[in-house]
Write a protein that binds this ligand. Sequence first.
Ligand SMILES: [Zn+2]
Length: 447
Amino acid sequence: MKQTVTTPNNDSPIQPLLNYIDASPSPWHAVSTTVEALQLYGFEELDEQNPWQLENNGKYYIVRDQSSIIAFITGDKAPSESGYRIIGAHTDSPGLRIKPRPISESGPWLRLGVEVYGGPTLATFADRDLSLAGRVSVKTGKKSTDFESRLIKFDQSLFRLVNLPIHLNRGVNDTGLKFNQQTELPLTLTLAPENQDNSKYLHQLLANALSVKIEAILSWELAVYDTQKGAVFGPNQEFYANSQLDNLASCHSALSALLEGVEENNDHQPFTRMIALFDHEEVGSRSAKGADGSFLEDSITRIGQALGDVAPQAQLRSRAKSFMISADMAHAFHPNYADKYDNEHLVIVNAGPVIKINRSQRYSSHAQTEALFMNICQNAQVPYQLFVNRSDLACGSTIGPMSAAKTGIPSLDIGNPMWAMHSIRESAGVLDHHYMHQALSAFLKKD
Ligand SMILES: [Zn+2]
């Protein structure tokens, strides 16, 4: 056994990922953090409202509605000649979102009403140091289009989901910690100031933070986030924990694989390398910017046209020559619940990326795409694992099947093993993040 580390290790190889997540407490921030990295590497933004002029071996990105992003490096050849290699992931995580009229008073308390977004494990939100991050529409003038969308993030903890003491909830250890979503989930904010209308209390907090008048606050999408930063743990600091590992860990892997190509001055590949990070996966992906929307298809159509693929069949030829890896997290074996897993398909933390297989197409993997990824891993000396859900349990899904269905591009679902998916504090293996980077970087290079 290696020497036990007893102090926090800021030099952990996982620190760049933890920093990425800590800077990205909402999907809007995740895209903003991603854009910052892309700009450092010389990527140029494309506006969907304007015509695109693209060159071979150029670096570009497109943001749709602030929380989905596609970044790509064009190839030596037009897509009809060499296709795309695409890594997909999602920017959103399950959690709580603030209602439009959130303030309610209970006794002397002001509470904030929340909607449940996706499928979080609600009990894990209790007794955490919670805060707010997201976007606010701020009025800037008299015309209907006179407003701007501003990102906001409160660094300090603002409120909590206070648990009942066990003395008032005697059965909690037998029946589990449950919350009625309407009556028991509102967050305790503060004691109500007397003799004033408190219905706009949150509006005022937002206005102060954004340095605008309260009347300028029009609308918002605000996520509740945990202010605790990411950390490594384990006798050898071989594990890490943070919020939103599902799926910011995969977004980070995709981004770092794309940027590595630039870093190595290895700018030239015959095919177009792309990452596509979508919002709304946790609520089914059906939106203008979700993976079941038009974003990816629109983008590859326009990229093809801008690179000269204007002949009648060129676009469809490019898709037939393409390949997509959908990267999302996978359920690692939990030793306390061994009966939840298929014994022949146990996925172990720090044993490499997982190929997710479901022949009912909850995952998009099939024999040919699995074989290709296995070869990529073998050549990169990265171990891989195979996951199949227990046959008597319902299987999750992700963006792979819908992206494949929308575009006709063959796809594969993979992901790193993790524990406690959809907890506000998820955990996974340091080594796996390294392995995933190696595998995805190899995928974006011609062998
Ligand atoms: Zn996910």
